[in-house]
Ligand binder design. Sequence first.
Ligand SMILES: C[S@@+](CC[C@H](N)C(=O)[O-])C[C@H]1O[C@@H](n2cnc3c(N)ncnc32)[C@H](O)[C@@H]1O
Length: 259
Amino acid sequence: MMLGNYETNNIYNDDCITATRTLPGECVDFILTDPPYNINFSSQHRQEKFEVILNDNLSDEEFDQLLTDYFTECYRILKNDSFAITFMGWSTIPAFERAIKKTPFEIKSMPIWVKNNFGLGYYTRPQYEPMYLLLKGKPTPPNVAISDVIHCAKVQDLIHSCQKPLPLLIKLINTFCPRGGVVFDGFGGSGSTGVAALDTQREFLMFELDKTHFKSAQKRIKDKQSKPSIFDMFDIETTKPEQNTFFDDCGEDGGVCNN
Ligand SMILES: C[S@@+](CC[C@H](N)C(=O)[O-])C[C@H]1O[C@@H](n2cnc3c(N)ncnc32)[C@H](O)[C@@H]1O
């Protein structure tokens, strides 16, 4: 399906702000997105293999502008009466709230992803990432209201420092995106949203600015598209071996993550 100049089920190596401005209004069914948290992530972890994340070390004003521009466009391209979910870092919740409150989105709740292990810290050690559940209009509530605390294991063999686990994304898509709908993510990273959309028989459109991440995401998606699983053929909602789960909570309520 074409959305402006962009074909669904693809990731494009573009700046999401300028690219999203060219999309038609009300063209996607769900937004599941993961902007940089503006925490200069990789420079705190120089020994790790990952490079810096683009737009992750902006001034407060620049970050506010990026988020405001992005969520303004997200609101415009999302169909009426639909959901959006954005991941955030705890320290940038105020910036996300400031930007989102400049749009007509209603902030409905703050689901929390709880990981199976925790990072380094002198005072407390981080084990969770918050999200905002946003409403455009009055979407029909999901068949099953899921817990706002979702336990899900981190990805073990990361190809991106901020990679989100597929079972978590699958659960969110199954809960908040109509079947066959289009999922949008302007900050594509390693392509996780797209793979999760394919796993749930949805379409997707993604952008990723960093050429290296774009290439690995594109390869990951192509690999997925070239190897449809038996579950895809029979339209069964499930997870695949790539999706390591430690906590089986990820499968509760939404009933999708049972490996
Ligand atoms: C938090 S990471 C997303 C990780 C992703 N959820 C995953 O599972 O791999 C944010 C990504 O946004 C990208 N990015 C930053 N600014 C961007 C922009 N203006 N347009 C598109 N992508 C951008 C970064 O290169 C980074 O890969």
